[in-house]
Write a new protein. Structure first.
Length: 133
């Protein structure tokens, strides 16, 4: 799904509402996250036996048919970080994603690698070794 595609937002919102109505109703009464996970697992497994409107098979049977067409997951985790090189300006700043990050003065005029993992509360600067900025 494309986060910038407006036509997909309705589909996603519809699916979220569908799960809310069919899995989270009635609201689970639990005391710990582990209990919640176990209850949701139980409800999802029960849901697999359901016949959907206009479909000749159960959810589980449809899943089994679809799994035959899925490719295996990659052997290693995908690195989804945004990475680019940037030159440190005369004020000892690196520009990345409309932000400026200060770096050691010794790096003025040098090229560094700036990396932002999927978690947006951290940006990394690499120059001879990783270092969080």
């Amino acid at each position: 799904m494309n986060p910038r595609a407006a036509h997909e937002k309705g589909l996603v919102e519809g699916l979220v509402g569908y799960i809310r109505r069919n899995i989270f109703v009635p609201v689970p009464n639990v005391n710990a996250i582990e209990e919640l996970q176990a209850e949701l697992d139980k409800r999802c497994l029960k849901y697999q036996d359901k016949h959907l409107q206009y479909r000749p098979t159960t959810v589980k049977e449809a899943l089994t048919l679809e799994q035959q067409h899925l490719i295996p997951l990659p052997a290693r985790e995908f690195d989804y970080a945004r990475t680019r090189t940037a030159e440190v300006d005369s004020l000892s700043l690196v520009k990345f994603d409309r932000n400026r990050y200060s770096v050691p003065v010794a790096l003025v005029g040098k090229t560094v690698t700036v990396r932002r993992p999927g978690v947006h509360d951290r940006t990394e600067l690499e120059h001879g070794g990783p270092r969080g900025v």
